[in-house]
Ligand binder design. Sequence first.
Ligand code: SF4
Length: 361
Amino acid sequence: MKKLIHDLAFEEISDLMKEMGEPAYRAEQVWQALYRRFANSPDELTTLPKGLRQRLSEKFLFQPMEEAAVQISSDMYTRKYLFRLPDGNTIETVLMFYERRRSVCVSTQVGCAMGCPFCATGMGGLRRNLSAGEIVAQALYMARWLGSPDDGSAPVKKPTTLTHIVLMGMGEPMANYNNVWKALRILTDKRGFGLGARRITLSTVGIVPGIRKMAKEPLQVNLAVSLHAPTDRLRNKLVPINRRYPLSELMDAVREYIRLTNRRVTFEYALMRGINDDLAQADLLANLLSGMLAHVNLIPLNPVPGSPFQPSNPDRARAFLERLQKRGISATMRLRRGIDIEAGCGQLRRRVIEGMEISKH
Ligand code: SF4
């Protein structure tokens, strides 16, 4: 199988050009075509001579993803894609429009090994890691679509740009650390895509060694931790990795991260009816985070069909939020986006795999 060109860092493209007997400036031309003009076929590398384009096309793949399905929310603010990769595996990528943001939620693995019982992706287990290029390609796909001429298909006027990336799709980014960080270095490279690291958020379920390693990375990427429970007893059930990295260790690592980076950490907390949403639990959460440079993002759970985990009712959710705020914790409730299109991670994939009917693109 051909290698994906987006798997190469700039230095690797430079080495390749050297090997191919090309002048050094060709690396920059390739890089700019890929990451400024989002070329997705060798024919679009128009600044290169034809012969070189031909040789590159023999070695490399320029577009690894085929659109298997797309669902668009009725307000057009959320577009959820199911992509088929060359090996037949499928991944989900979601593009979300906010007031001034165009944000893509990318997957980092095919499936996930973390086994959170409320999550559609977790139910299927892990198939494999995505390569750096496969992670990069999801952002490029959206950047290319956003940069295309206006055709009324977006809630804002196109062409426009991608402003944010969240690593919050299928998979646990810390379990695919090297490929994820290679992808982030490619996407933040100023010679090409050049997205500011502060516009990127990596969301982890709480892999402690990964958090400690991330604290020392030069790129100022934001950290979000999927907490979902304020006690080990409950978190062991909702987020099984907690048995390996209990709250005390997780909080130590987060404190260390804040100390080294001086950056605020977001804690994601999916409110589940009757499970983690009473006021006593809000108090325990406030105790856990008290004095920390932290923000709590409450998320009404996206229910997986047939699952016992259901979203909290809105009054309960509001009371939980108010209790945190009264206790001095910075907290907000995330808008429930894409609820009419099953935007919870893994849900579209599961539905397609199960062969149920969806709107084909
Ligand atoms: S919630 Fe995230 S970490 Fe947990 S199983 Fe789903 S994808 Fe994996």
